[in-house]
Design a protein around this ligand. Sequence first.
Ligand SMILES: Cc1cc2nc3c(=O)[nH]c(=O)nc-3n(C[C@H](O)[C@H](O)[C@H](O)COP(=O)(O)O)c2cc1C
Length: 219
Amino acid sequence: MELILGLQTRHSVRGFKPTPVSQETVRNVLQIAGGSPSYTNSQPWEVAVVMGPKRDALSKILYDLAAGGTPSRADEPAPKSWPEVIGHRSRQHGARRFEALGVGRDDVKRREELRLLNFKFFDAPCALFFFMDASLGPWSTLDMGIFIHGVTLAAHGLGLGTCLQASLGNYPDAVRGFLDIPADKKLVVGMSLGYPDPEALLNTYRSTRAEVDAFTRWY
Ligand SMILES: Cc1cc2nc3c(=O)[nH]c(=O)nc-3n(C[C@H](O)[C@H](O)[C@H](O)COP(=O)(O)O)c2cc1C
């Protein structure tokens, strides 16, 4: 797929076909994304690929924690407040998405059901968890973001879909415990990966973007 077309057509996928993704395909995605730039070429990313029965078991652990109302204990807590313009975009995103899906403002039950789909990996057959050493700082977090975007684009280029999910980082101790990952590895974010289901209702929504002049100063 042509690079610019790939950047323009990638979007989050929240409904997947049951078709499994082969280990070879995931390896290919990670190898392509591994070509990402990083600070002093330090390549801080560490990835856990979870498929098959392990995927099902981990999904159940995370789903039960979330459905039981366990508060997030994310290694990187969600921001408590945003600057006005950014907070507005974030609220708009939620409101537009629910509206597009026909979910009312007061439909607490349906909203909760949709939130919990995160922990079923939106039915994707593969879940990825991105870690970095906890001693590393913001430069490495930046590297992680670049790498992870590379994963989304490489997957897209190979006909796969992805959804990046901060929600999959809500219970890092459970993920580390289940995957036998040392406590000094910080869980940055998770991702669902699989073949997109074009029929899924959740895949009908498309996010919007600010115009270039809304975030650019010209000199
Ligand atoms: C760091 C990060 C965390 C995210 N967490 C979630 C999440 O927990 N659940 C979800 O459905 N989408 C999540 N998203 C997806 C964003 O909502 C999505 O990227 C944004 O609305 C733009 O839409 P697009 O990806 O379709 O272009 C996350 C994206 C990023 C970059």
